[in-house]
Design a protein around this ligand. Structure first.
Ligand code: ZN
Length: 132
């Protein structure tokens, strides 16, 4: 369980590092004055706050994974499958141990996400996934 949590944290840090490479920027107003608002749990997701519009966000806000119930590692594994070939929904479902209908959604979301150069760069680099 601890290893899974470490992997999730590592993937989130990787995504955040790539996303905020040129500094934090509010996904809603584009403001650059953002501060750490709070951190959820030890080593957990950080919540940021924009000083311009006052809205809070996290490292996933505005990404296709923002409201997902799947762990970030599942998205990375599925992206790895998609980078190798065009997996069927049944392939993705089997690999991630999820329903075929969820796998269909994952594949659809990833197809769009992989068109984004930033997400493609993050998702395509698989060295963070020793178990993939
Ligand atoms: Zn803002």
């Amino acid at each position: 369980m601890e290893r899974v949590k470490e992997l999730e944290t590592s993937l989130l840090e990787r995504l955040a590092a790539e996303r905020w490479r040129e500094g934090l920027r509010c996904p809603r107003c584009g403001g650059q004055r953002c501060v750490l608002h709070m951190r959820l749990g030890a080593g957990g997701r950080r919540k940021l706050k924009c000083s311009n519009c006052g809205r809070s966000f996290n490292d996933l806000t505005g990404t296709p994974f923002a409201r997902s119930h799947l762990p970030l590692s599942s998205w990375f594994v599925a992206a790895g499958l998609m980078a190798l070939r065009t997996p069927t929904c049944a392939d993705i479902a089997r690999r991630l141990d999820i329903k075929v209908s969820t796998a269909w959604r994952v594949r659809r979301v990833l197809t769009r996400a992989l068109a984004d150069p930033l997400l493609r760069r993050v998702l395509a680099s698989q060295e963070a996934l020793p178990c993939a």
